[in-house]
Design a protein around this ligand. Sequence first.
Ligand code: ARG
Length: 463
Amino acid sequence: MQDKSKAWSGRFNEPVAELVKRYTASVEFDQRLAEFDIQGSLAHARMLGAQDIIANEDVAAIERGLAEILEEIRTGRFEWLLDLEDVHLNIEKRLTDKIGDAGKRLHTGRSRNDQVATDVRLWLRATVDDVLVRIGKLQQSIVELAEKHADTVMPGFTHLQVAQPVTFGHHLLAYFEMLKRDAERFADARRRINRLPLGAAALAGTSYPIDRERVARELGFDDVCENSLDAVSDRDFAIEFTSAAALVMTHLSRFSEELILWSSPRFGFIDIADRFCTGSSIMPQKKNPDVPELVRGKTGRVNGHLIALLTLMKSQPLAYNKDNQEDKEPLFDTADTLLVTLEIYADMLRGITVDTAAMRLAAAEGFATATDLADYLVKKGLPFRDAHEAVARAVRHAEAQNCDLADLSLADLKTFSSLVEADIYEVLTLEGSLASRNHIGGTAPQQVREALGRARVYLAKTE
Ligand code: ARG
């Protein structure tokens, strides 16, 4: 029995098993490529017309039919059929139903292999542009918060132990830098995404006198993929995107971890606006930082997609294999997760209130200026190792007295080194410590303001 309902069923003796149909179909998830599929088809059809491969009346009919289909899709009136496998065959079938033979001519010199690679690249290019805008917005909101806190003292940590005082603005701008590199990675990946596969056809190119450059130009690609086998088969561009996304998520998972710690009453540094938190159904006192926790959790999901795509590509012989149909769900979910995370993060940072007193207290309590005391002694001629030793003894003493270094009397401090003079208190204060780290990349409030100035210029340029 022959099933002629499929675009490729001519050579088959029996219809595809129902389960296999469902197993191999991708229309449920690849229909989101529809607009790009139509864009690609329009450019392809116009090229076929310009090259006299199909008649101009056919091109006109295709343009009209695809415009109607686009409208049907946008208004939710398009009926997607699992029997038609994927987005490409669904649209082509509808086109043929509408305009007859002209619709059947659209696929001249083309294969779904170069078609799907083109669609994914078009979709991904638009997605990258969206990601870049949202990274910029998140950076903007980081800058706004940092501007309010260029002078705010907090403890800087190593090993999660109080290390040296830093400004909160400086701490926030560390994330600005990470996101700047993330944006660079996406912009760089975009250059390789933005190449046209169409013309590669199934794998070897086509015998029609096509004009690939024309199609590339119309679709806004920088160039054509130079090898047909490579063009239809490799998905490295999707892997690059996902890898860049995994890094953004990794950076935001670090930020999230800090927000979670800081908002815990043990730290009490910040409060996250209620609209980003939930309560507990059993413990009435609780306010949970759900959003940062989910960002931390969703990082695992995106990392998983990266591994999925790498594994999908691994060992695939040239050229196209159906394995590649599995690129879409991880890729789409990566984009969805990343985009919504960036958006919610920018908003969440605006809803953060800072308890500057709690931050200051934590810095003051942690002997955060011990290094400053050592540096003071070194500047007076003591070798650093001896200074380190003297300060360690002073810290132990202060600890026993249950006070900070700055609370010790001058006479007390002198017992650890005769080099200590009254000016020591300028160094032992948090402000003195901060102000002294006054070089590019340092935490001094003046440097934070300069870094913010540079950040503003950067954001104005990327807008
Ligand atoms: N749905 C397919 C995919 O996503 C389109 C390409 C199918 N090509 C083929 N030779 N079966 O990869």
